[in-house]
Ligand binder design. Structure first.
Ligand SMILES: [Zn+2]
Length: 393
């Protein structure tokens, strides 16, 4: 088989027709010497109908960053779903019917926007979830912080999503049945894309009060071994959303619980995924390969988007991935989606007003010479919100 075409195609995907200006502005610096030269192919052995290309787009650890606003500093922030949406829209225009958009968890906690709609003024749907639905997510898995507000808030938030949640290792008690379906199989151009998810069992430690007697989390490697076997059989391409760091020590006693950071263990299983979206550890990873499994991790808060291009060839009744290549695109200079910003406008304004209400205490500060523009009360609030935003992972 002449694979020269397959070698050339991925380079063209990124650089040949990136017409929207926003997409270009979103692209990181490119090492053009890394782009393979276009070589003429005298006799392409692979007919067009025998090849397919799908694009897996991923975020993780958004922590309430639906808008591109920092509610503590009261200024624009570099991430947010409104910026992610611009990149997703651009990719969907470039690759119609070929994009799958996924998230690896920690969504409804972590900034004042999330706090407001979980605790102060709950809405249905939760505006963070609404922003995800408007961005067009296809599937997501929960992070440990989804449970911070209690099971009721989490269930209600998920019920308002226009996309399914998957999880292979979270069980409800006492029945011990899976909280969500273990996986979905999506179809893009005839390619069956199986997506499953797993959450760090540390959730049971950090949220013991909310979860004890109600939920049980399996060790990730144990649950993955169970789920990946049927998923591999039903899918041409297998994607695992793993809200757990790649590897490393846990921040708790793992006896009887399971490791905190175990995403890499999926590479050792007899039925391995093709792609793992890593979350939880707030790191960034373009495309690391362990045992033929590709691991990617976008930056938290929508600071970057992971884009994985997958080329497949048809073999009998199945599609086989022949090339997988992950990229990271920073959202720092991406123009926020006007469509999403407009839809989230009232929700954004309400949080701003809530912030003004509380920070109004600064006006009556008895200190005649405040050291900063913010009063002590305002500073304390900002510090607590900052601490909350950075709390845990
Ligand atoms: Zn986490």
């Amino acid at each position: 088989m002449d694979l020269s075409l397959l070698w050339i195609i991925p380079a063209l995907h990124l650089f040949a027709a990136t017409s929207p200006a926003v997409w270009l502005s979103a692209c990181p610096a490119v090492n053009r010497s890394a782009i393979p030269a276009v070589r003429p192919s005298a006799s392409p052995a692979v007919r067009p109908s025998d090849t397919a290309h799908v694009v897996i787009v991923a975020t993780t650890d958004l922590h309430g960053h639906a808008t591109d606003w920092d509610y503590v500093a009261n200024q624009p922030s570099p991430g947010g779903l409104t910026r992610v949406a611009t990149i997703v829209d651009s990719l969907r225009a470039r690759y119609p019917g070929q994009v799958v958009l996924v998230d690896a968890g920690d969504l409804i906690q972590g900034n004042p926007f999330a706090t407001y709609y979980a605790r102060v003024a709950p809405r249905d749907p939760n505006p963070v979830i609404e922003a995800m639905s408007l961005t067009g997510y296809d599937v997501a898995t929960p992070g440990n912080h989804e449970f911070d507000w209690g099971l009721g808030v989490m269930r209600q938030a998920v019920a308002g999503a226009a996309f399914p949640y998957v999880s292979g290792n979270i069980h409800t008690l006492p029945g011990d049945t899976l909280l969500f379906q273990p996986y979905v199989v999506l179809n893009r151009q005839g390619v069956r894309i199986g997506v499953t998810g797993f959450t760090t069992p540390g959730a049971a430690v950090w949220n013991r009060d909310q979860l004890q007697g109600r939920l049980r989390l399996d060790r990730i490697s144990v649950a993955a071994a169970r789920v990946l076997r049927p998923l591999r059989r039903e899918s041409d391409l297998v994607v695992a959303l793993v809200h757990s760091g790649l590897a490393g020590p846990a921040s708790y006693d793992t006896a009887g619980v399971g490791g905190e950071n175990e995403a890499a263990s999926l590479a050792d299983l007899p039925f391995r995924p093709d792609l793992v979206v890593v979350g939880h550890s707030h790191r960034e990873m373009r495309d690391s390969v362990l045992g033929e499994v590709h691991f990617v991790q976008p930056r938290p808060y929508g600071g970057s988007v992971s884009i994985t291009h997958v080329d497949l060839v048809r073999e009998d009744a199945r599609w086989r991935p022949v090339r997988i290549r992950g990229e990271l695109v920073s959202t720092a200079r991406t123009i926020p989606s006007a469509r999403l910003a407009q839809r989230l406008g009232p929700a954004h304004e309400a949080v701003l007003q809530w912030g003004d209400l509380v920070l109004g205490k600064a006006v009556v500060s008895p200190d005649p010479k405040p050291k900063s523009n913010m009063s002590e009360a305002g500073s304390r609030l900002a510090a607590s919100l900052n601490a909350e935003a950075g709390a845990g992972r």
